[in-house]
Write a protein of this length. Structure first.
Length: 327
């Protein structure tokens, strides 16, 4: 059983209830974000999820109104870091009183013995993400690092012949002087009738508005982005420090290794979300929902024809743009 039985049965009851009421659309899970304050600033998390001021948190009454309005049998409390929310104890108790199930999405840093006793007393099922790997086996063991079958160590162990993270893999092999480095070829992302496109992805320098040492942070950026020092950084990056400016793309460094050409061209051919249209909220949601990834999965795993999967994905994208408009 991937989920506790009592949650599974309540979800089925909820589905049958809405089927009986002829409701075509209804929520299964309410993603409740009572605050955007967090005690971490993880690189993989969007800034709006940890930059919030605690004073701007949702009032307890507003949270409970959302629970009532959604009607979903499961409430996922996230954020931000929910254990920072001052009214969390009252919120959890009130949701349970409404006979809803709770998933508490927390980094666990603030979970002391008092919190553990509270959670044990007030929640029937507290599941951490790691359980999906170690206990239930929903995800392969290596997803927490670089050891799964699609990444660096498997390639370097000779278990793979191709992988999509070529740039970081090549960096790892060159840095470790691995014997396969000289036998590895980095190639351009395959294209189709309209050409070959790569979704733009870059790391940016940013300074928080409330940083105490803004001038020092600006000096650090100027120091690292100075052409002479950036050239030094580029030399040790093994193709990872891709060119953003044309002058850097013309640097002789990119001719020093045949594998660098594919890395550089992938960067130069990168396009924004929504290409060839503008970058909009709708375009971002299409990517966030992994619609194109799902489309391929529906063919490979679901058994759909390519035409049927394309039609299905197109309908989902049209629905998002209809809801979001052109904003």
């Amino acid at each position: 059983m991937r989920f506790p039985l009592h949650i599974t049965t309540d979800m089925i009851k909820w589905q049958l209830t809405n089927w009986w009421r002829r409701n075509q659309r209804y929520p299964y899970v309410l993603m409740l974000e009572p605050l955007h304050t967090c005690n971490l600033a993880c690189l993989g998390c969007s800034p709006e999820r940890y930059n919030g001021d605690l004073r701007d948190r949702l009032p307890l009454a507003a949270c409970l109104d959302a629970v009532e309005d959604a009607g979903a049998p499961v409430v996922s409390i996230c954020g931000g870091e929910p254990t920072i929310y001052p009214e969390l104890a009252e919120l959890v108790a009130a949701i349970i009183a409404r006979k809803r199930h709770i998933y508490l999405c927390t980094n666990g840093i603030l979970l002391d013995e008092e919190w553990a006793a509270f959670l044990k007393q007030n929640t029937q099922a507290l599941q951490f993400a790691v359980d999906t790997i170690k206990k239930h086996g929903i995800q392969p063991p290596g997803v927490m690092g670089w050891t799964d079958v699609s990444n660096n160590e498997s390639y370097m162990a000779g278990k793979l012949v191709t992988t999509n993270n070529g740039a970081s893999l090549y960096f790892a092999m060159v840095s470790k002087k691995h014997e396969l480095a000289s036998k590895t070829l980095c190639v351009l992302t395959p294209g189709g009738p309209a050409g070959s496109f790569v979704g733009s992805s870059c790391y940016n320098w940013a300074i928080f508005q409330k940083s105490q040492k803004v001038e020092l942070a600006e000096d650090l950026i100027r120091y690292l982005e100075d052409e002479k020092r950036f050239a030094e950084y580029m030399q040790v990056s093994v193709g990872q420090a891709g060119p953003v400016y044309k002058g850097r793309a013309d640097n002789p460094y990119w001719k020093s290794d045949p594998n660098f050409e594919a890395m550089m061209q992938n960067i130069l051919r990168s396009v924004n979300l929504g290409y060839p249209g503008p970058m909009t909220a709708a375009a971002a949601e299409v990517q966030g929902q992994k619609i194109l990834t799902d489309m391929a999965g529906r063919v490979v795993v679901g058994g759909l024809s390519a035409e049927a999967a394309l039609k299905e994905a197109h309908a989902r994208i049209e629905e998002i743009y209809k809801i979001r408009g052109k904003a």
